[in-house]
Design a protein. Structure first.
Length: 589
């Protein structure tokens, strides 16, 4: 995706296009006053005071039309240097410009003119308005003057400009593709989750389809963990404040927690992490070095205070379920167990066809004495251990200062969503700190008490975030194992083909598949269109040919191609897709 702010030429072009838009708006709304019109990553915008008028979709068409005219006028864009006094004289009527001018340093100020329009601007600009003809106004919103909600709400209009029509078209196609990929759109189209302000921002609710996917993901990852000796537990989603004082969360993580609750003579908090509960489970019994590693795992509910502005679908929420584990090891076992966690993550990604990710080694900021538990030797030890393991495994990674957890450094797996900045999916963290604070121990081979080390790890991160990620990865074309409905059986004509279609439907259901039978008396085209929107992996279209030859014809989600096979062959295909977790958004797995 192009970053318009980082590219000098495109930046100049887009800024000039912002002026072109302002010129067109001035023609259509002579009373309009302009605040700022910067270039941003996605193109440009301008904040405009249109009095009481609120921009609606149709206005954009009219503005675009006028912009085309202004571009066609082919006016030279002329730079002029003026003094502060001259500027105040020229723009004195406009309180927004006066505000800007007054905050400028003394000396020369520049303005740019094109035909009947002049704007105060640092520039640079392209030479002529005709160079700005390949643009599109993409969206609009309200924006408080200077971002302060006590100020007037201005109208912000966004746009984008490229040198050629072909480049513009390609860019708009990419934007559209991203919109289609956005998990918030897919989540709505496929009835996966909902949010309600009455329940609370950032507190998603999973609908039957979403909960089905959830259960599949949960069973899948738990199955892998069980095979590796993880022990699953169930603990409460809140805890006594004392628990978090002991762990250090109260001192180092309070800003991310909801305020405490007073209940009788106790104080509770909704937990932001599960580590303290798992520490208590470890301390419930005596452990010998022979028992280690002990891998306590849980699909565990947490609540974190995330600012309302940062919330996003099910990717960043205020309550989520981590696919969590705390692994208790002896110091000698760290490297082996850490590699085994990294391998579990990579193995999972491979099975699910995830290829676009990168590793980040998140380290402490030695200057930040508030966030990080203060013990330089412990930190240096932990950080160099992680570095050594990663170097031994031979994976590329980038080091990030100040991104570590308060209790230790971590390896984060970063992925990029359809829209918005990169985020962490999986994580594996090394911790010498919490076991000490909880006074955990094991008996070593000499019969002495020793403190274990803990690895905190989450393969899916949270089920919520992983689901957001995988919906975007697959564009909503869920593989067969995850799809709530796997096959839709559609008779071409209810009168002639329903009986045969019903027999195929029954046979698939009896073979254990999740099948729908669309025997509504609707036109075939209508049914097919509906099925395409629902992204059901297989659509069976059964007409006279299929009845006569006892075959079935199928279309795979996202494809227009129809293939005819016997029912047995089709069942074999379904089974193979299940085993391979075949991705329908990719040509081959
Ligand atoms: C792995 N104590 C560790 C745990 O043992 C822990 O909580 N680590 S974490 O803070 O990094 O969170 C684990 C994962 O949860 C992150 O890697 C990320 O994928 C996911 N996550 C964090 N915050 C949110 C959020 N607000 N919404 C959705 N998922 C989140
Ligand atoms: Zn943890």
């Amino acid at each position: 995706m192009i970053n318009f702010k980082e590219n000098e030429e495109l930046s100049k072009l887009n800024h000039s296009c912002a002026h072109l838009m302002a010129q067109a708006i001035k023609h259509l709304y002579p009373e309009a006053k302009f605040w700022v019109g910067p270039v941003v990553e996605e193109g440009f915008y301008y904040d405009i005071d249109l009095g009481d008028k609120k921009i609606v979709e149709e206005d954009l068409d009219a503005i675009e039309k006028e912009m085309k005219k202004c571009a066609k006028d082919s006016k030279n864009i002329i730079r002029k240097e003026i003094s502060k006094e001259e500027a105040l004289e020229m723009f004195g009527e406009d309180p927004y410009k006066v505000d800007l001018i007054e905050r400028m340093e003394d000396g020369t100020i520049t303005c740019y003119s094109q035909g009947d329009f002049t704007d105060l601007c640092r520039g640079p600009h392209v030479e002529n308005t005709k160079l700005c003809k390949n643009f599109k106004l993409t969206k609009f919103s309200g924006a408080y003057w200077k971002g302060d909600s006590n100020n007037k709400m201005l109208q912000r209009i966004y746009g984008v400009c490229l040198p050629t029509p072909e480049e513009l078209e390609a860019h708009l196609a990419e934007l559209e593709e991203m919109k289609q990929r956005d998990h918030r759109k897919i989540g709505k189209d496929l009835d996966i989750f909902m949010v309600s302000d009455l329940v609370g921002k950032g507190m998603p609710m999973y609908l039957p389809n979403g909960y089905f996917i959830w259960e599949q993901l949960e069973n899948y990852i738990k199955g892998k963990e069980k095979a590796l000796g993880y022990l699953h537990v169930l603990t409460p989603p809140l805890g006594n404040v004392e628990l978090y004082k002991t762990s250090g969360h109260w001192d180092h993580y309070k800003d991310n927690m909801f305020p405490k609750m007073d209940v009788e003579d106790e104080e509770f908090v909704l937990r932001p992490m599960n580590c303290p509960h798992h520490m208590m489970i470890y301390s419930n019994s005596i452990h010998s070095y022979r028992d280690l590693p002990i891998r306590i795992a849980e699909i565990a509910r947490d609540c974190r205070f995330e600012t309302s502005g940062s919330l996003k679908g099910i990717e960043r929420v205020r309550t989520f379920c981590q696919n969590d584990s705390h692994i208790f090891v002896t110091p000698e076992q760290i490297e082996q167990e850490f590699s085994s966690v990294v391998n579990l993550i990579l193995d999972t990604y491979k099975e699910l066809g995830i290829e676009n990710f990168r590793f980040e080694l998140s380290l402490r900021d030695p200057e930040d004495k508030v966030k990080y538990y203060p013990d330089d030797e412990m930190w240096n030890n932990a950080e160099s251990t992680l570095r050594n393991v990663l170097n031994d495994l031979g994976y590329d990674y980038v080091e990030k200062i100040g991104e570590a957890a308060f209790y230790g450094p971590k390896l984060d797996v970063q992925v990029k969503p359809a829209i918005g900045p990169e985020y962490t999916l999986s994580t594996c963290q090394l911790d010498f700190c919490l076991p000490m604070r909880f006074e955990l121990n094991y008996i070593d081979s000499n019969g002495e008490k020793k403190t274990p080390v803990v690895l905190h790890r989450a393969v899916f991160g949270t089920i919520d975030r992983f689901m957001a990620f995988y919906l975007e990865e697959t564009k909503g074309y869920l593989p067969l194992w995850l799809a709530p409905k796997q096959v839709e059986v559609i008779p071409v004509n209810i009168q002639y083909h329903e009986e045969y279609a019903a027999s195929v439907y029954e046979a698939l259901k009896n073979a254990g598949f999740r099948v729908e039978f669309d025997n509504r008396n609707e036109k075939l085209g209508y049914k097919l269109r509906e099925s395409v929107i629902k992204k059901i992996p297989y659509m069976l279209i059964l007409g006279q040919n299929e009845v006569d030859n006892k075959t079935i014809s199928y279309r795979r989600a996202g494809s227009e191609e129809t293939t005819t096979v016997s029912l047995e062959e089709f069942i074999e295909l379904l089974n193979s897709d299940l085993v391979n977790k075949t991705r329908y958004d990719k040509k081959s797995k």
